[in-house]
Design a protein around this ligand. Structure first.
Ligand code: EPU
Length: 433
């Protein structure tokens, strides 16, 4: 399936208007799905986004032996009673999705062994797995690599609780070891943990169902291990709102909407993005579960450029770096963008330059943006989930028509994005390939 998006740019002539609803968070629900492997009975989920990455995770779980049942559009039942699980992750799917690595923690902790290929995913530069290899070794597992797959094995099928100090903060490593610790012997202490809201969300989900986890959302997490699988009973987990989707809509709105209300979100998770936009001159208001752009460009004032650098939460999210850089092409002055997390995550700027932006790459981690510049529509190929959406934003701001190829990347993270954007006035259409 090679769908494309055709976007007719607004070129300053029209303004988006209305209300757009945020879906469930990809980076939360994928972890909850992986966590289901720690349960004796299973888990029930609601507000599950209909996106490609969730489908891939469903396929991975089914291939392992788990039973899955869709209940309507957004509800999912994952059942494990009476099932025998495999310890080998499906090669082709794992190679397509980095998040497959999340399954290694629960599987190794439950079965005492796991094998998987080097995980693939978005091309954001080198995405090593050394933290996983080192951490599992510390928990007593032996590690080997043969036939293009890693094999981890725990002595007597049981991981040993230990202290792991992560060399660098990693979201999925923090989550993976938090889950592994639940079925390990004794206590696992994790230091220099990622503090992203999705980490805390996963800990809250597991704790509400019997896990003993302290400190999630801070740099140190303690997990008390147990012999017993978790139980969900009749509890239903509601997927938290996607802060990255909300942030992307906010940046799109900042550039092109007069009034826009983004609903079903948690503004507290986007504090730093809101702060940067307000400082640049965007009129942002927040409610309890909504963020609004109100009376934007009332007196035709220009937005101000600003330097920013990506940082682990609560810093500026790397996943919103591309949309924010597009914003800066429309702001006045020089802005330095410093991507500190992934060295390949500025490559998309080449395409924005071809649209007319004045962006100079200093090195793989830094670009200088001079604005404002007129962007012109052109053919673009989405390189990853978040840059893909940044292209949709750039194409909407631009003059003329853009064709965005490789829409699969956008579909990995955003549900029916074109339909939702059409409702607020974006001229976007999907052409089936
Ligand atoms: N790192 C290592 N060794 C490892 C693992 C990571 O050095 O073993 C480094 C990475 O190279 C990077 C840094 O640690 O420099 C942080 O990467 P992290 O491991 O936190 O990234 P991730 O867990 O693979 C998650 C999100 C990404 C998001 C990053 C950063 C999920 C499923 N993915 O990835 O989301 O960009 O955290 O916040 O939660 C996306 O949704 O499009 C996406 C790419």
């Amino acid at each position: 399936m090679k769908d494309t998006f055709i976007v007719e740019g607004l070129s300053g002539t029209k303004s988006l208007e209305g209300r757009i609803k945020v879906g469930g968070a990809k980076n939360a629900v994928l972890k909850i799905m992986a966590g289901s492997l720690l349960f004796k009975d299973g888990v029930s989920l609601s507000n599950v986004p209909n996106i490609e990455d969730v489908k891939r995770m469903e396929e991975l779980l089914m291939d392992l032996g788990v039973s899955l049942k869709k209940k309507g559009q957004r509800a999912l039942e994952i059942r494990l009673e009476g099932r025998t699980l495999k310890s080998r992750l499906h090669t082709d799917i794992s190679k397509k999705m980095r998040a497959s690595i999340l399954l290694t923690g629960p599987l190794l902790a439950r079965l005492g062994e796991v094998s998987f290929p080097y995980p693939g995913g978005c091309v954001l530069g080198a995405r090593p797995i050394d933290l996983f290899v080192e951490g599992f070794r510390k928990m007593g597992a032996s590690v080997s690599f043969k036939n293009e797959a890693y094999h981890f094995r725990a002595p007597q099928k049981k991981l040993q609780g230990t202290t792991i100090l992560f060399k660098t903060q990693s979201v999925t490593a923090t989550e993976t070891f938090m889950m592994a610790g639940i079925l390990a012997r004794g206590k696992t202490i994790l230091k220099n943990c990622a503090m992203e809201p999705e980490v805390k969300n996963l800990a809250d989900f597991l704790s509400a169902r019997g896990a003993k986890i302290k400190g999630a959302g801070t740099p140190t997490i303690e997990v008390q291990g147990s012999n017993k699988l978790l139980r969900s009973g009749s509890k239903v987990y509601k997927t938290m709102p996607d802060r990255l989707e909300a942030g992307s809509f906010l940046i799109l709105g900042a550039l092109t909407a007069k009034n826009l209300e983004i609903t079903n979100c948690n503004p507290a998770d986007l504090e730093i993005v809101i702060e940067f936009l307000r400082n640049a001159g965007v009129p942002v208001e927040t409610g309890k579960t909504s963020i609004s752009i109100v009376d934007n460009k009332k007196d035709n004032k220009e937005f101000k450029g600003t330097n920013f650098k990506t940082h682990e939460y609560p810093g500026f999210p790397t996943d919103l770096q591309a949309p924010m850089t597009v914003f800066l092409t429309q702001a006045t002055g020089e802005s330095l963008v410093f991507e500190t997390i992934f060295e390949g995550r500025l490559n998309y700027t080449e395409d924005i330059v071809k649209m007319g932006a004045n962006i100079t790459m200093w090195d793989p981690h830094r670009v200088m943006v001079k604005g404002p510049t007129l962007l012109k529509g052109r053919v673009l190929e989405g390189p990853d989930i978040r840059a893909g959406l940044a292209y949709v934003i750039a194409a909407t701001v631009a003059r003329g028509r853009s064709v965005i190829e490789n829409v699969y990347y956008i579909d990995r993270g955003y549900e029916s994005i074109e339909k939702r954007l059409q409702m607020i006035g974006v001229d976007i259409e999907r052409v089936r390939g």
